[in-house]
Design a protein around this ligand. Structure first.
Ligand SMILES: N[C@@H](CCC(=O)N[C@@H](CS)C(=O)NCC(=O)O)C(=O)O
Length: 207
């Protein structure tokens, strides 16, 4: 399998899942140069992911490409002999799907407007306020257990960690969220996370 990624982008989530799952995933860095997007192998990335040329995308051993981070991490978990999801059909399994959807639509896509260089200061401030609103719930949940679903890592933890790393870029102070801060430190300390960060040339969040 080959994971198309950009350092520190949302593709870090499947990268962490691959490393935590001890899966032999090859990496291909995608270079974004304006409207031109090229893989490490020189392919046009819009051909690899015709939905919009965005990372992550996973090339399977069959040659097929699977896109959308939430789908990719569930595929990876199913390939791994490590336990990265609650038992299928259990209530916790549906909680996992609930978290993945919440992180994708309410937090990940909450950050997206901040990357628009044309955003006004007022709009940026309002957007950050909205993200912090969503984090109130996350902070409360992480007060009950070490990870989002109980005391073992599952898929949404890799996704949440990846997205919340972006808070630094926008000078969002997480110190008023001690449970989230402790979670970020806990994730930083995991071997799979350390490996993925090293391979992408990134620092630990708490560094
Ligand atoms: N719906 C996609 C969105 C992925 C996404 O937002 N990728 C960003 C990086 S975090 C990207 O490649 N943006 C470039 C673009 O949208 O043109 C998913 O959830 O996987």
């Amino acid at each position: 399998m080959k994971l198309y990624y950009s350092p520190g982008a949302c593709s870090l989530s499947p990268h962490i899942v691959a490393r935590e799952g001890k899966l032999p995933v090859e990496l291909s860095r995608v270079t974004f140069d304006g409207a031109v997007r090229t893989t490490a192998e020189g392919e046009d990335f819009f051909v690899v992911n015709p939905k919009g040329g965005y990372v992550p995308a996973l090339r399977l051993d069959s040659g097929e490409v699977l896109a959308e981070g939430v789908a990719i991490i569930q595929y990876l978990a199913d390939q791994s002999s490590e336990t990265l999801t609650p038992e299928k059909g259990s209530m916790d399994y549906y909680r996992m799907l609930e978290w993945l959807t919440f992180i994708s639509s309410e937090i990940h896509k909450g950050f997206s407007p901040l990357y628009n260089p044309a955003i006004t200061d007022e709009a940026k401030e309002a957007q950050i306020k909205k993200i912090f609103g969503r984090l109130t719930f996350v902070e409360a949940e992480l007060g009950n257990h070490s990870y989002l679903i109980g005391d073992a890592l599952t898929l949404p933890d890799a996704y949440l960690y990846t997205i919340l790393r972006w808070s630094k870029k926008f000078a969002m102070d997480l110190s008023g969220h001690p449970n989230i801060s402790a979670f970020m430190a806990r994730m930083d300390a995991r071997e799979g996370v350390k490996e993925a960060l090293k391979e992408e040339g990134l620092e630990a969040f708490t560094a």
